[in-house]
Design a protein around this ligand. Structure first.
Ligand code: SF4
Ligand code: SF3
Length: 564
């Protein structure tokens, strides 16, 4: 195997034997083969688009297939076998339609003609042949940019999938994912072409995040400042982790009046700020911290656990029977709650005729039954509270106050300290950084990296809290909108604001967000804990020359460099 798509890759180079994330060689090969099968499907889909043949099912399938290969989403080999075979079946069914419409289906390309093997071991061999390092003669810089694009569209696919679940779609996002898959097969593009495609990925990702923002706020309302208890309430309990607000809503509806308290974990924390979610009195509080601590935290939770989307880790035997997956997330031998009987097309029809996308056919009764059979919390416990709900609507609602504080020099600087958390010790940088931020500065945060400091009381500046939780990584659009609105208010560019971005990355959604920031021309981002293994020195030079991106150093040095 050869996988280097995330930050924790072995020795900062690549996972070659087994993934640090727990991905085994077999799954890695099947993921590579799925991407290859999707490239073949995309070749036909792109040719179809040229002659007006656009297939909704293929658009959504391609997006979901790409998302399934994102770090910590799906570790189940059988599900990848199903996806590979489905990709080829869809490709074969589309070809004659495209041909009938006069399209050139690119029949000469191997990816268009590949037939998946019947046996798993043979499929794995097919996957090995198309691994990311399978062409030893490929120019290293071209490969770097090609893989930035591939990993970028994994992030785009993740955001677009979340948006689609909430009824928000834009065909240009599907088209870009398909075009990018076909472009990653091309040998005729030069470095400039690749840089252009990578920046275009940032632009499309911004659109995907905008759709998701519209989905989240359209369905659940704008997040409002909300106190979230970190302790427990006596009684039966279910823990929901991942990023999917729709799954949480379905579960809240299906547990109403049953005496079960619902707790959020990891990136589900911001759910408490949404009016249409916090109205459920049994959405009680938040339990635990970021994804990499789930082994300990899930083992200690006295109820069932629902894992929506990334980031799942190998479940310990102590809780393997208590954890359930849904959506695109999967782990072998873990019970999966799917949405059988409700195809994407049916979703769309329901939505159009006003039936909404009420529950997508999901039935969480196995999760609920397990919670009822478990002990739950024996007593109430108070472990403090945190505040959430400082997304764009709330922050911009007090823009006047913020502008006045900046003009009066009461508020010197904003720091956006956000991004992914992870297991490496170097990530203590982010805790220390926030602790050392001077008292006349505000910290905006988002995504799971905030669990390094989310429960710190930083006080306020004239009523403006010094720690503002904008939301999940899925809410990066909200943070960008805050920055753009402040720039407009001060009649300057985002780069001229007293704002510094201190970003932590782990998986490919963060790659897509970085590309969006580059697309917007945002400079001087400090990135850590380490730079991606898939960026070559020459590509890094392009990024440094154009965007002045820099690695984090120490909190003291970085603060001194920023504030003088
Ligand atoms: Fe390694 Fe990350 Fe790939 Fe997992 S996703 S195999 S940890 S590089
Ligand atoms: Fe975190 Fe996975 Fe990236 Fe959503 S939960 S930010 S790592």
């Amino acid at each position: 195997m050869f996988c280097y798509q995330c930050e924790q890759t072995v020795k900062g180079e690549a996972c070659k034997v087994v993934g640090v994330c727990g991905k085994i060689h077999e799954v890695s090969a099947l993921q590579d083969l799925l991407i290859y099968a999707l490239q073949g499907l995309a070749l036909v889909a792109v040719a179809g688009r040229e002659v007006g043949v656009v297939d909704d099912e293929i658009n959504v399938f391609t997006m979901e297939g790409v998302f399934a290969t994102l770090t910590n989403v799906d570790f189940d080999p059988q599900r990848f076998v199903t996806l590979i075979k489905r990709a080829v079946a869809l490709r074969n069914a589309l070809k004659p339609q495209v041909q009938a419409a006069g399209g050139n289906t690119g029949l000469a390309q191997e990816a268009c003609n590949f037939t998946p093997a019947v046996e798993l071991t043979e499929l794995v061999k097919q996957g090995e042949a198309v691994a990311l390092d399978s062409d030893p003669h490929e120019n290293a810089d071209i490969r770097s940019l090609k893989h930035i694009l591939l990993f970028g569209i994994k992030g785009v696919a993740a955001y677009a999938d979340h948006a689609k679940i909430l009824g928000q779609e834009d065909d240009q996002v599907y088209a870009f994912i398909q075009e990018s898959l076909t472009n990653t097969l091309r040998q005729d593009l030069d470095l400039n072409d690749w840089v252009g495609l990578v920046l275009k990925c940032g632009e499309i990702n911004l659109r995907a995040m905008e759709l998701l923002d519209a989905g989240n706020t359209g369905v659940y309302g704008h997040p409002a400042p909300t106190e979230v208890p970190l302790g427990a309430r006596q009684g039966k309990a279910i823990l929901v982790s991942g990023h999917d607000l729709k799954d949480l809503e379905i579960l809240l509806k299906q547990t109403e009046g049953q005496g079960i308290n619902i707790y959020t974990h990891g990136e589900m924390l911001p759910a408490h700020g949404y009016p249409e979610l916090k109205k459920y009195p049994h959405l009680y509080g938040h339990y635990g911290t970021a994804w990499q601590n789930q082994g300990k935290e899930f083992a200690e939770f006295p109820g069932s656990i629902l894992m929506t989307t990334n980031c799942i880790q190998k479940p310990a035997s102590s809780y393997q029977d208590n954890i359930f997956t849904t959506g695109l997330v999967g782990w072998p031998q873990v019970t999966h709650v799917d949405d059988k009987g409700c195809s994407s097309i049916l979703d769309r029809v329901k939505s159009v005729v006003g039936l909404g996308f009420a529950d997508q056919g999901k039935d969480f009764s196995p999760v609920i039954k397990k919670a009822q059979a478990m002990s739950g919390f024996a007593s109430d416990s108070d472990q403090g509270k945190v505040m959430v709900g400082f997304a764009r609507n709330t922050v911009l609602g007090v823009a006047d106050k913020i502008i006045e504080a900046v003009k009066n020099k009461d508020l010197r600087h904003f720091f956006l300290v956000g991004g992914c958390d992870g297991a490496k010790p170097g990530r203590n940088y982010y805790t220390e950084f926030v602790e050392k931020v001077p008292k006349d500065c505000v910290v905006l945060t988002m995504a799971c990296g905030k669990f390094r400091f989310f429960d710190k009381n930083l006080g306020d500046i004239g009523g403006i809290p010094r720690l503002l939780d904008v939301g999940q990584c899925n809410d990066a659009y909200s943070a960008i909108q805050i920055a753009v609105a402040l720039a407009n208010a001060f009649d300057c560019g985002v780069n001229d604001l007293p704002l510094s971005m201190i970003i932590s990355w782990y998986e490919q959604k963060a790659v897509a967000i970085l590309l969006s920031l580059f697309h917007l021309g945002i400079k001087n981002i400090r990135l850590g804990p380490t730079l991606p293994a898939f960026i070559t020195p020459n590509v890094l030079k392009v990024l440094v020359d154009n965007f002045a991106i820099k690695p984090i150093t120490t909190p003291d040095d970085d603060l001194r460099a920023i504030l003088g």
